[in-house]
Design a protein around this ligand. Structure first.
Ligand code: PLP
Length: 393
């Protein structure tokens, strides 16, 4: 036990950052205070609820405008978006894809859907994202370039891609990772599922690699019920993404001709209608989420043994999930604090179980995962909905 961790004081500090009238506070809850009803009603009134309709195109244009990416292709969820990203970057059966062990399972599953093998890499304390310096050293020790392809000398397999993730919305050290990828001829794909509204040195996340995946699941910063999107600045990739996500059907007035094994991954119009209404409110959601993070930072400032994760220098984070980081890696401490927060009606959750510990990924290649292992025992997410920073309190 950590004698210095004042659980009561921490719970009181978290509580003090929230509106006093809120009890049983969720971790992240969606908010439908804009045009959601109007747009969804229009879908129902006109019968355009499914795979065709104007809201999908509109939502894609709004996403491109907001993120500054040239193209956005809406999908049924974030996992399917990542799956298509991997396929379009040439990831093949038996390839390895570098991903953090500290991520949501969708990152690893998308790699598996493509027939590839996750190769787990360590994370860093400051951003919680992939540690570029350690990855550099790891590749130096296990990889070699053969005819312009990165080969893992210990497994003999091609290391085709790196898919870092912007954890809880905080941008990873993406420019350094980009440089590393160029040097090793590895494709950079961003899992930007958590980082809509997050910027690295003024540029929206998802614009650094060749292609990126977003998620609009019910717990994300904006939601379409379920949904995702592919972002890219490459017109040809965008065209292929749209083709592959719409059963690879060749455009024709009536014939059903498909020129590849495509996927039924297109976002339905009714979900896109929700998305259009949500993205209209995104700037306001971000303003309030960032204000809430400020309140947490102030409330917990100076309390020993714990800190609130702050956006990395030079970055602007959406603060999707606010994060407490304990100083000492002791599960009993973390669990006591988790229990106390939840008992106080403040929903709190630990980080995901690390990917390399899950039964289906036990045998995958990995580098030493010391920081990820430590972080796993020290992370606690606390209530982060935009509405918690409504009005004055
Ligand atoms: C939410 C999320 C996804 C995508 O999830 P879906 O539920 O399929 O939309 C992918 N990666 C990460 C890290 C996520 O948090």
């Amino acid at each position: 036990m950590d004698a210095h961790l004042d659980i009561k004081r921490i719970v009181a500090a978290v509580r003090s950052a929230l509106p006093a009238d809120q009890t049983n506070v969720a971790l992240h809850q969606p908010e439908f205070s804009g045009n959601e009803w109007a747009y969804v009603k229009e879908c129902l009134d006109t019968g355009w609820v499914s795979s065709a309709g104007k809201h999908v195109d509109r939502f894609e244009q709004m996403l491109a405008d907001f993120t500054g990416a040239k193209h956005a292709v809406a999908t049924v969820n974030g996992t399917s978006a990542l799956h298509i990203c991997l396929l379009l970057c040439g990831v093949q059966r038996g390839d390895e894809v570098l991903i953090p062990s500290l991520t949501f399972v969708a990152t690893a599953n998308a790699v598996s859907y493509a027939g590839a093998i996750p190769h787990f890499v360590d994370s860093e304390e400051t951003t919680l994202g992939v540690d570029a310096r350690k990855l550099h050293a790891h590749l130096d020790s296990i990889a070699e370039l053969k005819h312009g392809t990165c080969i893992n000398r210990t497994t003999g397999r091609v290391i085709r891609a790196l898919m870092p993730m912007h954890v809880f919305g905080h941008p990873a050290d993406i420019q350094t990772l980009n440089t590393l990828c160029e040097r090793w001829h590895i494709v950079l794909i961003e899992d930007a599922a958590e980082s809509l509204g997050s910027y690295y040195h003024g540029i929206h996340t998802g614009n650094f690699g060749r292609i990126a995946g977003l998620s609009f699941n019910g717990n994300k910063t904006i939601t379409t019920g379920g949904g995702g999107a592919i972002l890219t600045n490459d017109a040809s990739l965008a065209k292929q993404a749209k083709h592959l996500t719409t059963t690879a059907r060749v455009a024709h007035q009536w014939s059903f001709i498909h020129d590849a094994i495509g996927y039924n991954y297109r976002m339905p119009n009714i979900n896109a209608a929700l998305g259009c209404a949500q993205i209209e409110q995104l700037p306001e959601f971000l303003r309030r989420k960032r204000a809430l993070a400020e309140k947490y930072l102030r409330a917990l400032n100076g309390i020993a043994g714990v800190r609130v994760l702050k956006e990395p220098a030079g970055c602007s984070s959406n603060y999707w999930l606010n994060t407490l980081i304990l100083e000492n890696a002791e599960l009993s401490n973390r669990d006591m604090l988790l229990q106390a927060l939840n008992d106080a009606g403040l929903m709190a959750r630990p980080a995901w179980t690390l990917m390399h510990k899950l039964p289906m990924y036990l045998d995958c290649p990995q580098m030493p995962l010391l920081t990820a292992a430590s972080l796993e025992q020290r992370i606690i997410n606390i209530p982060s909905s935009a509405y918690l920073s409504n009005g004055d309190h």
